[in-house]
Design a protein around this ligand. Structure first.
Ligand SMILES: *Cc1c(COP(=O)(O)O)cnc(C)c1O
Length: 560
């Protein structure tokens, strides 16, 4: 489908619609006296109308979701986006929509409200999707297909290739609801919105990001669709309070990344414990923050859990879900309470595995991990960095600059350390602030993680990388020095001005209080800088390593 074909899918009256316009839409410059909207002039924090297109919040969502601002719609929950999709693409009493089954109830409720016929396309008994089957369920009047992946209530990701076949072969809108994507080890479909104008990806801040009470849903799509959603929505659909609260929470969200990891860990533990229980006949594989579990005595378990003040969701009436309860992941204590309650109800005794011990922070081989956490806000950027020198986890890096993200991830992968970096900055004015401030925050976080530097190797060095030569020498002894001898051929690599890399490493060295010498040359700028990041990671890995024979300080003076 070509981009302009989207116009043909939009209902005629919507295409012709002139949106409500405010005086402030028409004038972009900052004013000082606002006498245009009949608001109260007395400051209360909420006396003015909110920003209708939520620019600041969208910039933050844009870095985290790696989608440009112009491809983002924010709504009063995903529910608003679902309703708008019906109102934009379906004609009441005439159109139909195909919805996978079993799945999220709002697709059919919102469809029914809009008088759109719902056609259920059944997943197989393992809750998998077959494109040929779904496409055969499509009728002439079908305008929209709703797919949910990871799916609710089953919890599994649907086959990516099958979804792509549907997007490529259905001549209408395909909605992929990714409410649970943060809990899955899979790439988001959002990276495909540039390629497929008929694709709408729904995400939400309600689940992994912990903001269900704020009601903030996200739709990611081609600019024509987003523009049309903006035209049809209520002019001020997200209140000032909601926008402010979400901005505040996103500025402090590295903790969210950790909590998502914890929920994924707890999910495997709970799945394992449940699957060993006599009363459980099946635990379905999950890529979400819940488990679909088939019980032998579902009704008894459900009822008696409630008597013990534990509520789970009975999904037994749904297709392929006979005797299934859907269980959301709680905290570790809550999950334990659930297991104990189920055992009490069914009279089972705990298996020999015993209760899982409660961890305190991250502990490797009996020693506490060296962790550094830095949150840094300036007028231009808001950055959070979390470093763990003793435990590798898949890096979570969102700077708003894709190439820079890729480079920063190398520090995690090649340094064998945990690296989480979230930066929400104003990149419209260039990458300068983001790159430099990230260098500062990363240096501070590394210094914090190293603490008194007891027992570390102190020195690090790395050797040639790839076909480009990159050499990085590091001394964590405390003297600050920085040498940079790197030649680039072009002014830009990716979206980054190549000059910025020396600023990045300089800021990092100053804040880590280290001696850092970097030398690199080669044919290709991308390889040169990637070599530098990898060599830096390797050098850092050597230098922060604990020398198992020494618990002292690697200095003749006895202090670093
Ligand atoms: C929870 C959920 C949503 C989120 O809806 P909001 O209105 O954004 O809270 C969307 N889709 C699915 C499948 C869900 O389970």
């Amino acid at each position: 489908m070509k981009k302009d074909d989207i116009y043909g899918l939009i209902r005629e009256n919507i295409r012709a619609l002139a949106p409500y316009s405010t005086a402030r839409d028409e004038c972009k410059i900052d004013m000082e006296v606002y006498l245009d909207a009949n608001e109260s002039p007395y400051e209360t924090g909420v006396n003015r109308y909110p920003s209708p297109f939520q620019e600041e919040l969208k910039r933050m969502v844009s870095s985290i979701r790696r989608v440009p601002v112009e491809n983002i719609f924010l709504g009063n929950g995903s529910d608003e986006a679902i309703d708008l999709i019906y109102r934009i693409f379906c004609t009441p009493g005439k159109s139909s929509a195909v919805v996978v089954a079993p799945s999220y109830g709002m697709y059919s409720v919102a469809g029914n409200i809009n008088d759109v016929k719902i056609i259920y396309s059944e997943l197989d008994s393992e809750f998998q999707l077959n494109a040929t089957k779904l496409l055969s369920d499509v009728q002439d009047d079908t305008r929209v297909v709703f797919i949910c992946s990871p799916n609710n209530p089953s919890g599994n990701l649907l086959d990516r290739e099958e979804i792509i076949r549907i997007i490529e072969n259905f001549n209408g809108i395909v909605v992929v609801d990714e409410a649970y994507i943060d809990f899955a080890e899979s790439q988001s479909f959002s990276e495909l919105i540039g390629r497929y104008p008929n694709l709408i990806v729904l995400q939400t801040l309600s689940k992994a990001w912990g903001m269900a009470g704020l009601r903030l849903g996200i739709a990611l799509a081609d600019t024509i669709t987003i523009g049309t959603m903006n035209k049809v929505k209520y002019p001020y659909n997200i209140s000032i309070i909601n926008q402010q609260k979400a901005i505040e929470m996103l500025k402090d969200c590295v903790g969210t990344v950790e909590r998502i990891r914890e929920i994924k860990e707890n999910r495997s533990k709970l799945a394992m414990e449940l699957s060993q229980m006599e009363c459980v006949s099946k635990v379905y594989p999950s890529d979400a923050n819940f488990l679909l579990v088939k019980f032998k005595e579902r009704e008894k378990v459900f009822k008696e859990l409630q008597e013990r003040k534990i509520i789970v969701r009975d999904r037994s009436s749904q297709l392929h879900c006979k005797d299934c309860l859907r269980i959301t992941m709680g905290t570790e204590d809550e999950n334990r309470r659930l297991l104990d309650a189920i055992r009490e109800i069914t009279g089972e005794i705990e298996s020999k595995a015993g209760p899982s011990s409660k961890k305190e922070g991250c502990i490797t081989e009996g020693k506490k991990c060296r962790v550094g956490k830095v949150s840094r806000s300036t007028r231009e950027t808001s950055i959070q960095v979390c470093i763990n020198l003793d435990s590798f986890t898949r890096p979570y890096v969102r700077s708003g600059l894709p190439f820079f993200d890729h480079m920063l991830e190398q520090i995690g992968y090649h340094g064998g350390i945990g690296v989480d970096i979230i930066c929400c900055g104003d990149i419209a004015t260039g990458c300068h602030h983001t790159v430099e401030d990230t260098g500062i925050a990363l240096g501070e976080a590394l210094a914090q993680a190293l603490g008194p530097k007891k027992g570390i190797e102190r020195y690090g060095f790395a050797l040639p990388m790839d076909e480009a030569d990159a050499m990085v020498l590091i001394d964590l002894g405390g003297r600050i020095d920085f040498k940079w001898d790197v030649e680039f051929r072009e002014q830009f690599v990716g979206e980054i001005d190549t000059q910025m890399f020396s600023h990045f490493f300089k800021s990092l060295a100053e804040n880590l209080k280290c001696n850092l010498h970097v030398k690199a040359k080669g044919e290709n700028d991308h390889h040169i800088i990637e070599g530098v990041f990898k060599a830096f990671a390797r050098a850092l890995k050597c230098a922060v390593r604990k020398d198992e024979f020494s618990y002292g300080v690697a200095s003749s003076k006895g202090v670093l």
